[in-house]
Write a protein that binds this ligand. Structure first.
Ligand code: S3P
Length: 192
């Protein structure tokens, strides 16, 4: 009899610590937070939540429009409120926005919510910027206002690196990994 083909649904879910309620992915734009998060949620049978999408649904407006009409400080307030709401959900993989850890309020929310494990997806700025450019060609509607100036984007990257590192329990270097490989590395760390 031929061997049964394995599929993601047939793979047994990894055993996770009982206290773990959410895995939060942080890192700069283009780090793979959304694509890796979707794979993780699929394997674990958990909910996937992208903070940007959650915020846009709550606000009834796109991030690009929120930045253009009300400015970045207004967007950041909506982001904090969306984060507080998202952190109430159990069994969730949450992909943050690249700038979410900049606000002290957000870092405190993340650190003080029990059952939360934070993973930093890291890569060099050049790799991340290239990935974002490719994504913008593939989906022109997905606009990232903070990438308008590459010089300012790199300054944000430099300022955020220590915040991502301090916040996260684990760092995964994604420059040479596919989203599936990055998800696999995370899964093996979750079970340790
Ligand atoms: C931002 C990153 C974006 C989004 C917004 C601002 C940032 O999220 O929240 O455009 O300041 O880095 P992604 O990292 O998911 O692109």
């Amino acid at each position: 009899m031929p061997a049964a083909k394995s599929s993601p649904t047939q793979t047994p879910s990894p055993t996770l610590p009982a206290s773990l309620q959410r895995v939060v992915l942080t890192g700069f734009m283009g780090a793979g937070k959304t694509s890796v998060g979707r794979i993780l949620a699929d394997v674990l049978g958990w909910e996937f939540l992208d903070l940007d999408t959650h915020l846009e649904r709550r606000a009834g407006a796109s991030i690009a429009d929120l930045f253009a009409q009300h400015g970045e400080p207004h967007f950041r307030r909506l982001e904090s409120s969306a984060l507080a709401n998202a952190l109430a959900r159990p069994r969730t993989i949450l992909a943050l926005g690249g700038g979410t850890p900049e606000q002290l309020t957000n870092r405190l929310l993340l650190e003080q919510t029990p059952g939360t494990l934070i993973i930093f997806l890291d890569a060099p700025f050049e790799t991340l910027f290239d990935r974002c450019m490719l994504q913008s060609f593939a989906s022109p509607d997905h606009i990232r206002p903070v990438l308008a100036s590459p010089i300012e984007a790199e300054a944000r990257f430099q300022a955020r690196q220590p915040l991502y590192r301090r916040l996260a329990r684990h760092t995964v270097e994604t420059a040479s990994l596919s989203p599936e490989e990055a998800a696999q590395q995370i899964l093996s760390r979750l079970q340790r």
